[in-house]
Ligand binder design. Structure first.
Ligand code: NAP
Length: 289
């Protein structure tokens, strides 16, 4: 369909991007709120990112989401163009949401930390954050997780990463609450945690499995996997089997999208159970094809 003049154009830039559930998610809210808007998947190879991104406002885009592998490039492009990057996006070092203001600078934000924490509060309200936390990974998603946890007042965040230098960089960025832990020590680091987060792609469909025995993990510790395809990763399956409370990554995806939708369309949408069921059905379809 050719968008009319009044249609608010938005989308998601990624490479590849066909697997993204964001068009389904935003499409649901657009229909629910009867908004004249569109949200499309924009497959943009890394070499084309800066040029394509700079052309979006003249093509009538009001904003875009940015996904792998462009989140850092978006931050750089906005900074170079004299745009505004929120403190959160700068802190995390990545932009996942952009607003092209009609009469103002381009604005880049990062809503992954918000999405991560909202989902945790919703799905594990018993978690209080008063014990150490272990986070596997030190990439863009893990940095957002750290920003969320540090913002919630967690005093000790153990960053367990294959490349230890990256965990040390994170400690320099976020300060003394971050304790780098070597990948070899990942199981011993679980002994007294209240929350274990997988912030790596390990366990995702098409990625290697996460090699992690949970024997040392306290029985009440929450296990949160930000991977959502499959919905129940082998880590969550193992945690569930030994009685730990679990949180999957789909709610993070839904919640990170809410403030962005509001910035573009003026309505803060809800993470309804109907929306979640629709996305779950789509993920199940993906597992069987
Ligand atoms: P990234 O920047 O590429 O970072 C990947 C991290 O995983 C790095 O720390 C890397 O360690 C580690 N890793 C990769 N392969 C490994 C292996 N074989 N063994 C040990 N560690 C390994 O990726 P990202 O953007 O942070 O994304 C990570 C995951 O989060 C993805 O699966 C993504 O889909 C998911 N995610 C979910 C949401 C959501 O809304 N639910 C939002 C954002 C991201 P090294 O430093 O050693 O390379």
């Amino acid at each position: 369909m050719t968008p009319s003049k009044k249609t608010i154009r938005t989308g998601v830039m990624g490479w590849p991007v066909a697997h993204s559930r964001s068009p389904l998610l935003h499409g649901y809210w657009l229909k629910q709120h009867a908004i004249n808007g569109e949200y499309t998947a924009l497959a943009v190879p890394p070499g084309d990112f800066t040029k394509t991104f700079s052309q979006l406002p003249e093509q009538g885009f009001s904003g875009v989401n940015i996904t792998v592998p462009h989140k850092q490039a978006a931050l750089e492009a906005i900074t170079l163009a004299g745009g505004a990057v929120t403190e959160m996006a700068r802190h995390i070092g990545a932009v996942n949401a952009v607003v092209f203001h009609a009469n103002g600078p381009v604005e880049g934000d990062n809503t992954d930390a918000f999405g991560f924490m909202e989902n945790l509060r919703e799905k594990a309200p018993q978690w209080k954050g008063d014990n150490p936390v272990a986070v596997l990974g030190a990439g863009g998603a893990a940095r957002a997780v750290c920003a969320g946890l540090a913002g919630a007042g967690v005093k000790e965040i153990r960053i367990v990463n294959r490349t230890e230098e990256k965990a040390q960089n994170l400690a320099r960025m976020f300060g003394p609450s971050i304790i780098p832990v070597s990948w070899e020590d990942r199981e011993t680091s679980l002994a007294d945690v209240s929350l274990l987060v997988n912030g790596t792609p390990l366990g995702m469909a098409g990625s290697p499995l996460l090699d992690l025995a949970l024997a040392r993990l306290p029985a009440a510790a929450v296990v949160y996997d930000i991977v959502y395809a499959p919905l129940e990763t082998p880590l969550l399956g193992a945690a569930k089997a030994r009685g730990n409370p679990v949180v999957d990554g789909l709610g993070m995806l839904i919640h990170q999208a809410r403030p962005t939708f509001e910035a573009w369309f003026g309505v803060l949408p809800e993470a309804t159970s109907e929306l979640r069921e629709m996305l779950e059905a789509d993920l199940r379809k993906g597992e069987t094809t």
